[in-house]
Design a protein around this ligand. Structure first.
Ligand SMILES: Cc1cc2nc3c(=O)[nH]c(=O)nc-3n(C[C@H](O)[C@H](O)[C@H](O)COP(=O)(O)OP(=O)(O)OC[C@H]3O[C@@H](n4cnc5c(N)ncnc54)[C@H](O)[C@@H]3O)c2cc1C
Length: 395
């Protein structure tokens, strides 16, 4: 088999990249390790920045998102019983975020991609190996239906997440990895209950962090910070609901509607960046190249700028024979990535319990007071939360 761009991974990055390339006439093949149902069922991101929203529209898959997504004008920050609201449009010249689940977005992308003549998807592709990308003859070896296969291509896009095959295939001497693992995780619970509040609540409580999020007016997504060794089996629904209520100010806790969980899982928190993001004809995109703690809702939104830069650069090459944008992909993408790594780390530091040290909590409270008491502080939170812009000079 032969194509122009071989894409490893059929998550949001691989699907959206394939779709953007296809609309410009560039062909691709996606090799996805799992089946469609498995990929679509993963409960992950829920908050989209303007950049991701625009990309979905550009990929002509934004109709349902625009109908069903919930636009949010603010977030709520709490510190024990203190409650402060950050007005997003008021501090950013009118920008907002949209609540639309990654499950829904992935389904919209698959609906389009599977009808698209320029894109083929191989599900349950096993043992994918990127080869030849440093010596100019890239190819992907893999096993499908028990038979070994080879996909020859001009370029490889590694969109296969943090545990994928693409970054692992890079010789160690060519890559630098920066990583911080946080000493806690997030226990998440999804339930068909109305959200406790119409906006997201980020709560810093002496018992630990909590987040009240949602997927719709009738489906809630809640998280509590838990220790590194915690097991999901030890958290009954009742224990979870009791804990999250204890971490919220009384006015929210008393309105919490509880119900049986649809899904419950624990996610570790890490900051991770690989540098560079290009190795000959192999490019890393999305979680394959970087991970942020989910506190700032940045993971998928960072993948969005990678998809934008890489699709723009590949289209410039195929249409105009211009290779300069491919040369700039890594450094341009990394600038926005590090800005979001910084914000996600900082927002995590502001809102989570790192230890029992009383001075740390006093300092967190002083920072909370300073930020919420100052127009500059509120603007800092708001403009990072709605997302820093893509580099407009790239094109
Ligand atoms: C609890 C949680 C909450 C989050 N909340 C937010 C949020 O609110 N906002 C936000 O922007 N982000 C959020 N994120 C992050 C977001 O979900 C990720 O950044 C996003 O999924 C990245 O997409 P991706 O396509 O790059 O990688 P992935 O979604 O990981 O997709 C990679 C794909 O590659 C496939 N694959 C892996 N290895 C191979 C292989 N060897 N061969 C073939 N295929 C392979 C996988 O099966 C998968 O389908 C959250 C994440 C978590 C865990």
């Amino acid at each position: 088999m032969q194509t122009q761009v071989g894409i490893i991974g059929g998550g949001p990055s691989g699907l959206c990249l394939a779709r953007l390339l296809s609309l410009a006439g560039v062909r691709s093949v996606i090799l996805e390790r799992h089946d469609r149902a498995h990929v679509e069922a993963r409960i992950r991101a829920g908050v989209l920045e303007q950049g991701m929203i625009e990309l979905m529209r550009k990929a002509q898959v934004g109709a349902r998102m625009d109908r069903e997504g919930l636009l949010h004008d603010g977030i709520v920050l709490t510190f024990d019983d203190r409650v402060e609201r950050i007005d997003l449009p008021g501090h950013t010249g009118g920008q907002r975020v949209m609540v639309y689940g990654q499950t829904e977005l992935t389904r919209d992308l698959y609906d389009a991609v599977l009808q698209d003549a320029n894109v083929s998807v191989v599900f349950e592709a096993q043992g994918v190996r990127p080869l030849g990308f440093l010596d100019g003859e890239p190819r992907l070896d893999y096993v499908s239906d028990g038979k070994p296969q080879t996909l020859a291509c001009d370029f490889i896009a590694g969109c296969d997440g943090y545990h994928g095959a693409s970054r692992a295939a890079v010789p160690r001497g060519l890559i630098t990895e920066y990583e911080r693992v946080y000493p806690f995780g997030w226990l998440g619970l999804l339930a068909d209950t109305p959200p406790v509040h119409e906006e997201l609540i980020y709560s810093n409580h002496s018992r630990g962090f909590a987040l009240c999020s949602m997927r719709s007016h009738t489906r809630s997504r809640y998280y509590v910070q838990v220790g590194q060794g915690e097991k999901v089996e030890d958290w009954s629904d009742e224990r979870f609901w009791d804990e999250i209520r204890r971490r919220l100010p009384e006015r929210f806790a008393r309105n919490m509607v509880t119900g049986p969980s649809i899904e419950k899982s624990i996610a570790p928190l890490r900051s991770f960046v690989a540098e560079p993001l290009r190795f000959g004809k192999l490019f890393l995109v999305g979680d394959a190249g970087h991970i942020v703690p989910p506190t700032g809702a940045k993971g998928l939104n960072l993948a969005a700028s990678d998809m934008h830069y890489l699709s723009t650069a590949l289209i410039a090459l195929y249409r105009e024979g211009r290779g300069d944008l491919l040369e700039r992909y890594s450094q341009t993408a990394l600038r926005r990535i590090w800005a979001a790594v910084r914000f996600s780390w900082w927002f995590t530091s502001l809102t989570h319990k790192f230890n029992d040290d009383a001075i740390e909590r006093k300092i967190q409270l002083a920072e909370f007071d300073y930020l919420t008491g100052s127009a500059a502080g509120r603007t800092t939170i708001a403009e990072n939360y709605v997302g820093l812009p893509f580099d407009a000079s790239f094109g």
